[in-house]
Design a protein around this ligand. Structure first.
Ligand code: FSX
Ligand code: SF4
Ligand code: F3S
Length: 372
């Protein structure tokens, strides 16, 4: 119940939905079959899942999903494992969730990432053809990640590219059957929430960002295929250091007084202003930690266009450098509101707008300006 309540809250569903999610997730025959393939990666995505205690990986595997094949966790190996994979694809054809970790090499080399004497591309295609939905897990599976850094010797690609270019999936197929959960590693609760959502409603959750460029995304744009509940907003919108950003208080050097006081990491290269993710809210390791909370700038690990592409210390583009209006909708409107209250609110608004304006003048117009 606790697990499902947490996941229901993360998915942004009403509290009353928790019971339905529990009912669906608890049905013995309703646990969604999952086939989980590993390609070129560090296995950090599975490791992050292993660090979640509420629920533990044991609860996920035994109670929530029907995990048919997962190379990191299963005891079988060799022919026995290969047979299990084939049997699972056959038995659950058209009904299983295919989770893919790691990028897929496409170079004309007979040596990269062969499993059971098949190339990763062959293994992926066989499993994707009969899947109900395909989920790319992690930056590597989503857009190539660390493996695809130039000069990308294995010509590593993410799942979306393979589905579109090699398997010729249509736009309609991609929209109904493909979802990505990027991050290096992604947050385990997002993985769990997607699986529970699928088990409950038999379809993928809403996808895409909540804010522009939502309506201008093409099918090739990876931003369009992430669950909105987890990747709908920028980290910068919900960061615990955001008040320092708005007030113009920044860390200028690791270990300086600003760093010790938890100031904003923007000038240390934080990519929170251009990174869509919910790690600022749900954290990792059961809520114990997340990069910015630990004093490290965000490196944009959910963004294929930022991670390992932009320099760690380059300045992120900030869409809205001024703070949002701090007017509290409940103040200054009721009968009981007083002139004094209105004055206080007015003063705060003025102060915040002033701070925003002062701060805005300190921001470079373009990131390159900072280097001048
Ligand atoms: Fe990549 Fe995941 Fe980073 Fe590592 O499986 S997303 S390198 S955390 O392991 O694929
Ligand atoms: Fe947080 Fe980074 Fe934004 Fe600063 S720049 S408020 S540290 S997300
Ligand atoms: Fe990744 Fe940035 Fe969150 S590096 S884990 S998206 S704070």
């Amino acid at each position: 119940m606790k697990t499902v309540s947490t996941a229901t809250a993360i998915m942004g569903l009403p509290v009353a939905m928790a019971e339905e999610v529990v009912a669906q997730a608890g049905k013995e025959d309703n646990r969604p079959p999952v086939i989980w393939l590993h390609f070129q990666e560090c296995t950090g995505c599975s490791e992050a899942l292993l660090r979640a205690n509420h629920p533990s990986i044991a609860e996920v595997v035994l109670d929530i999903i029907n995990l048919e094949y997962q190379e990191t966790l299963m005891a079988g190996a060799g022919d026995q494992a290969e047979e299990a994979l084939h049997n699972a694809i056959k038995k659950h054809a058209g009904n299983y969730i295919l989770v893919v970790e790691g990028s897929i090499p496409t170079a004309d080399m007979d040596v990269c990432c062969k499993i059971a004497n098949k190339t990763a591309l062959q293994s992926f295609k066989e499993a994707a053809e009969k899947a109900a939905v395909v989920v790319s897990l992690g930056a590597c599976a989503t857009s190539g990640g660390i493996v695809a850094i130039e000069p990308n010797p294995t010509k590593a690609k993410g799942v979306l590219e393979i589905l579109l270019d090699d398997m010729k999936w249509s736009e309609a197929d991609i929209s109904a059957k493909y979802l990505s959960i990027p991050g290096c590693p992604p947050n385990p609760y997002n993985v769990l929430s997607v699986i529970l959502y699928f088990a409950t409603f038999g379809k993928l959750p809403e996808k895409g960002p909540k804010i522009p460029p939502k309506n201008n995304l093409s099918v090739r744009d990876e931003l369009a295929h992430r669950p909105t509940f987890a990747y709908g907003r920028l980290i910068h919108e919900h960061c615990e250091r955001r008040p320092h950003f708005d007030a113009g208080r920044f860390v200028r050097e690791f270990g300086d007084d600003g760093h010790k006081n938890g100031y904003c990491l923007y000038h240390m290269g934080c990519k929170g202003p251009e990174t869509y993710a919910n790690c600022s809210i749900i954290h990792f390791n059961d809520g114990a930690a997340w990069p910015i909370g630990n004093g490290s700038p965000c490196i944009g690990c959910t963004e294929g266009s930022v991670l390992f592409k932009d320099s760690i210390f380059s300045l992120a583009k900030v869409a809205q450098p001024k703070p949002a209006s701090p007017i509290n909708e409940t103040q200054g409107r009721g009968k009981e509101s007083s002139v004094a209250q209105a004055a206080v609110v007015g003063g705060l608004v003025g102060a915040a707008i002033g701070a925003g304006a002062v701060f805005a003048t300190k921001l470079p117009k373009e990131p390159e300006d900072e280097n001048k």
